[in-house]
Design a protein around this ligand. Structure first.
Ligand code: AHR
Length: 340
């Protein structure tokens, strides 16, 4: 009898042990599944490499990204490249080393990203492009980023030219245009020029007589405009129009035009791109004729995209920003609504 009871107790103990082992086993499985799942519950770490602080636009873009990260509870590792590609590459490599969850950057120029983007891909860190596009020397650029959010720069160039042709109402007389280009090799400089020229092709009386980079800064815009004015005078040419790839260069050029004793906005018609407050003020003062909008307020969209990525959502390859055109006539009414 005692022997029988001993056997029953042993069997119960064995069953209990098996139950404990099974329970532990299922717990381990649950843990494994959790670590494979998208990291929706942990604080997202986002590494962002900014171009620099070259313009009013860029400052607004940086503020938008920092404020949106704070608002979204995302840890932002922010790095300012001071308009140097090598600094951006270094920053991206350090984000990879730090194993951030997402890398975002606004590429200063279009090319030269192959190696570092391959490294990010090998480390399985998703990359988001903001504001500017890239080109790879081999392979498809789209394979190296999850989404590209920002403006259509070709369209902005076209909008500037369409506004100009409508405003000038000169179909036969020659119109001499000077152009202040953005940073050499950058997507906005390449695309805005392309869009502007595409529209002017149908208006052969418009001629770009001088075109040079002002690197998207006020100081360079002023310096290059001074040189344009001097050489035009020496060559006996009249400058009718200035097309500046951003408002900051236009504002710098306005100073140069005034110092040369001319009236910006009257003697020389000026159209630029961005739509910063400084441009609206210049339009109200009658010194700038039109600004084509390019929104820098990409922060909230970027944070939303980073969160979506962490919860495993598929992002569209291209997220386009909606923008308008603001001629001087609407500047006073619009200025109070401007957010940058
Ligand atoms: O990439 C956007 C451009 O970069 C803006 O037009 C310019 O102001 C900035 O520096």
């Amino acid at each position: 009898m005692v022997k029988k009871w001993t056997k029953v107790v042993a069997a119960v103990a064995m069953l209990a042990m098996l139950f404990v082992v099974a329970a532990c086993g299922s717990g381990t499985k649950k843990e494994a599944a959790k670590s494979d799942a998208p990291k929706a519950d942990k604080k997202i770490v986002l590494g962002f490499s900014q171009v620099g602080a070259e313009s009013e636009w860029r400052t607004a873009n940086t503020e938008s990204i920092k404020a949106a990260a704070k608002e979204a509870g995302i840890e932002l590792k922010f790095s300012d490249a001071q308009q140097k590609q090598e600094n951006q590459i270094k920053a991206i490599r350090s984000f990879i080393q730090q194993k951030v969850d997402v890398i975002a950057f606004s590429p200063v120029v279009e090319t030269g990203w192959d190696d570092v983007l391959k490294e990010a891909k090998a480390a399985k860190i998703p990359v988001i492009l903001t504001d500017r596009a890239i080109k790879m020397s081999s392979g498809n650029a789209e394979d190296y980023y999850v989404t590209f959010m920002g403006s259509d720069f070709v369209e902005e160039g076209k909008r500037a030219a369409k506004w100009l042709v409508d405003y000038m109402k000169k179909d036969n007389e020659p119109v001499n245009v000077v152009e202040l280009q953005g940073t050499v090799g950058s997507a906005p400089a390449i695309d805005r020029k392309k869009g502007f020229e595409e529209v002017l092709k149908d208006h052969p009386n418009y001629k770009i007589i001088k075109s040079q980079t002002g690197d998207f800064t006020r100081a360079k815009g002023k310096e290059v405009m001074e040189a344009f004015l001097k050489s035009a005078q020496a060559e006996g040419q009249k400058i009718d129009v200035l097309f500046a790839h951003n408002d900051d260069m236009a504002i710098g050029a306005i100073q140069a035009i005034e110092e040369a004793g001319l009236k910006p906005g009257k003697d020389i018609v000026i159209v630029s791109i961005d739509g910063v407050k400084g441009a609206f003020e210049a339009m109200i003062a009658g010194k700038l004729n039109c600004t084509v909008e390019c929104s820098p307020l990409l922060g909230p969209q970027l944070m939303e995209a980073a969160k979506d990525l962490m919860t495993g959502k598929q992002l569209p390859k291209r997220i386009l920003t909606k923008e308008g055109v603001f001629p001087a006539e609407v500047a006073a009414k619009e200025l109070p609504n401007r957010k940058y």
